[in-house]
Ligand binder design. Structure first.
Ligand code: BGC
Length: 747
């Protein structure tokens, strides 16, 4: 107690703050943190570094502890995940308030694409290229989650991925580093709001650090082997963007990176993240990734695992219990210093203070507010808006779309027409008490959209998977009665996601065969493809009359799809991942190097870097997406043809809506550094604008290019812009370049 008198004591007893020196003396949040830290026993400190799953749901291999509540009471747990709802969270927090120091718990949850209101899966949403929309969807998700007691989301996932076999592509923003970084920044802003501590902001978590998206062969949890140069240039910038956005936490990844598991990767965690980037938040492991280092073959047992992970900078152990079991021993055996533990604890306490949990541990537990926020009608309006912005029009023969609302008979066919929950995607949250009625099915959306004069008929046709074709005859019969057929096919929502890597990414089952049958009726067929990844669907791409790639659109899927089908919204989304022609092309990405023997086109095949049995092109390239209108690009102007590294170059172009509908175009700026000390990609996205143009309207847009946009990681692992010539290209996709010029960077 004597020692306590000397320090500033800032501890809560129930809701009363016991302050032995005045508030005024506690100048900084850091001092508040230290005032708590100084009171903590080693056991209590280690307690803060543990995170357990509640038993409501499990998002990893289950460990049941019958004494979880006791451990919390003894101050041996810093955070829980997988518990939701103000009542349940209040109950856990009450238990924490019975511990000696009454340090509040953090409550984490995978709020990846919505809490109660489900937004499109992040990969789908990224195709909107609409940073405001993505920030808004994160904001709404945070507001709902915070109202339900949660103060920490395990999002955004900012892993760059070039392999659609990897099931977790659905959680990210696709293959491009520039766009991925912008989206990462926007989503952190959305989750965290203006600042932590506000009633509707939750801590974001940049994950999975790092390289996870490059798992060999796209197989989940697999090893990653890449040069440090590529890591720094391609895979780390989106993480850096989250630090720039003041992200509160990071999560390590399951993979080993060049032989060292990320969870104990000192280079990543201490040197880069906490060192070079000066990240002041805390790092949580992924689910049991500390003890999984035994399986990796990097440590002998949990004792060594705990030692390596804490030494490398992993502050909190999610679910493995290795810290809990071993850190005290490691300290007593002088393998781990108390100051190392203190640093981790300090980082966690800091966030608890910033969130305001020391002032009010029940801050996020207001049941009335929970009801209000979870039933805010504006959230579904936003979800519908974001969903329609995420739908990509891939094909539209003879301008079949948009459909006329006066169409007499529409056949809506397929295994994904009527299910509701399928629209929610892999990471929807099972909110207690929330029923599936909240999802607008595709059928319901269409029923609401068409007028009384339209006859809407339905057949399921087949299942998503399996070989059964006994529904084909009925489907064909229904199609024959219609003026137009809409066919909704694709993946089940649990076919893409964590541990859902697939070697065969064609549309499953007999769904494409069903399409073939329907086309044999001679009716025009619009295909909706529901999926969590780029699928391979060559037959559909060749033969369907129109294709909308709808991803998994969330709660408002049915309404959003109908808005697009009938032209109440003119599709504007563009792909953020390359769609391969066949799985044999994977990994495939737009910003590849040229090689010494590039093929210039498909007839240029002699001794070239090609697959002899495949086109050199993907099915759909990065940046591709159609509209119901058309856009013309003209008048490319550069204000200079030569710049030095301190100057900027202004590049402008005029975009004209030459079609019949108002619409938005995502205008893309690409560069090519023609000669580099490290060979440079054939094309690289460096900026974009989403422009709204009324039919017939023109707008001039201007991009500015500075040395940062010209930089890359050189052999010395430094960002440099090397003097020389650059191509500047403005286009409607990475292949559809409409305007091109050259400029030079001089010393
Ligand atoms: C996933 C993380 C997730 C965690 C907690 C892990 O299996 O890889 O992304 O946040 O579980 O649910």
């Amino acid at each position: 107690m004597k020692r306590m008198n000397r320090c500033i004591l800032y501890i809560i007893t129930s809701t009363v703050i016991l302050i032995q020196s005045t508030e005024a003396q506690i100048k900084t949040i850091g001092q508040k943190v230290d005032s708590v830290l100084i009171l903590m026993t080693l056991d209590e400190k280690i307690g803060q570094l543990n995170q357990y799953s509640d038993d409501l749901i499990y998002t990893g291999p289950v460990t049941i502890d019958s004494d979880k509540a006791d451990q919390i009471k003894q101050g041996r747990v810093g955070s829980l995940l997988n518990c939701m709802g103000t009542e349940r969270i209040r109950n856990w927090q009450k238990i924490a308030m019975k511990s000696r120091l009454k340090i509040p718990l953090l409550f984490g949850q995978d709020v990846i694409h919505g809490y109660k209101t489900t937004f499109p899966i992040p990969l789908g949403e990224s195709c909107s290229w609409d940073l405001d929309a993505m920030e808004l969807s994160a904001r709404i998700s945070a507001t709902e989650a915070a109202a339900a007691g949660i103060n920490w989301t395990f999002a955004p996932m900012v892993d760059i991925c070039r392999d659609p076999r990897w099931g977790r592509v659905m959680e990210g923003a696709g293959e491009d580093t520039y766009l991925g970084s912008k989206i990462a920044f926007a989503r952190v802003k959305g989750f965290q709001g203006d600042k932590l501590g506000e009633i509707n902001s939750v801590m974001a978590c940049a994950k999975h650090f790092a390289g996870y998206g490059a798992a060999i062969g796209g197989r989940d949890y697999n090893s990653v082997d890449m040069s440090e140069r590529q890591l720094l240039e391609t895979y780390l910038p989106p993480f850096k963007a989250t630090v720039d956005a003041h992200v509160a936490t990071f999560m390590t990844s399951f993979n080993d990176l060049n032989g060292v598991p990320s969870t104990a990767n000192k280079f990543l965690l201490r040197d880069v993240l906490k060192g070079k980037w000066k990240f002041d938040g805390f790092i949580v492991s992924d689910w049991a990734s500390v003890s999984e280092m035994i399986n990796h073959g990097n440590v002998k047992d949990e004792y060594e695992a705990a030692l390596k992970a804490i030494a490398a900078g992993c502050d909190m152990d999610m679910e493995s219990r290795s810290y809990k079991k071993n850190l005290a021993k490691l300290v007593s055996e002088r393998k781990v210093s108390v100051s190392l533990i203190d640093d981790a604890v300090r980082r966690i306490l800091l966030k608890k203070f910033e969130l305001g949990l020391f002032d009010d541990p029940y801050k996020f537990c207001n049941a009335e507010r929970e009801q209000k926020e979870l039933n805010n009608p504006n959230n579904s309006i936003s979800a519908r808006d974001v969903a329609k912005r995420s739908i990509v029009l891939l094909k539209n023969d003879k301008q079949l779309l948009p459909l006329s609302k006066g169409t007499k008979t529409i056949a809506f066919i397929g295994p994904l027409v009527k299910p509701k929950m399928q629209n929610k995607g892999f990471w929807d949250v099972e909110v207690p008490g929330n029923d599936s009625a909240y999802v607008v099915s595709q059928w319901e959306g269409l029923v609401k959209k068409v007028g009384k004069t339209t006859n809407l008929i339905y057949a399921k046709g087949c299942d998503i998977e399996g070989e059964r074709k006994d529904g084909f005859a009925e489907a064909v019969n229904v199609a024959k009665q219609a003026d137009v057929v809409i066919l909704s096919i694709g993946e089940r929502r649990d076919m893409s996601g964590e541990a859902k890597s697939r070697s065969d990414i064609r549309i499953p089952g007999v769904q494409e065969e069903l399409l073939k049958e329907l086309l044999s009726t001679g009716k025009p067929v619009v295909v909706l493809i529901n999926a969590g990844r780029p699928l391979v669907f060559d037959y559909t791409a060749k033969h369907a009359s129109a294709i909308l790639y709808t991803w998994w659109l969330g709660s408002e899927a049915g309404n959003a799809i109908s808005d697009v089908l009938f032209g109440d919204y003119n599709p504007s989304a563009k792909l953020t991942m390359t769609f391969p022609l066949s799985v044999g092309q994977v990994p495939i990405y737009y910003n590849h190097f040229n090689t010494g023997r590039p093929a210039n086109n498909d007839s240029d095949r002699q001794n070239k870097s090609i697959y002899t049995d495949l086109s050199i092109y993907p099915k759909y390239e990065f940046g591709y997406g159609l509209s119901y209108t058309s856009f013309q690009y003209s008048q490319l102007q550069l204000n200079k043809k030569k710049i030095n590294p301190n100057e900027q170059i202004e590049v402008s172009a005029t975009i004209t809506n030459t079609g019949m509908y108002d619409g938005e175009e995502i205008v893309q700026l690409y560069l090519r550094d023609i000669v580099g000390s490290i060979v440079r990609p054939v094309i690289e996205l460096k900026d974009f604008r989403k422009v709204m143009l009324k039919a017939g309207e023109s707008k001039t847009i201007t991009f500015s290019i500075d040395a940062e946009k010209l930089s890359f990681i050189n052999q010395q692992l430094e960002w440099v812009a090397e003097p020389g010539e650059f191509d500047v290209m403005i286009g409607a996709s990475s292949r559809d370049i409409r305007l091109k010029e050259k400029f030079e960077l001089v010393e």
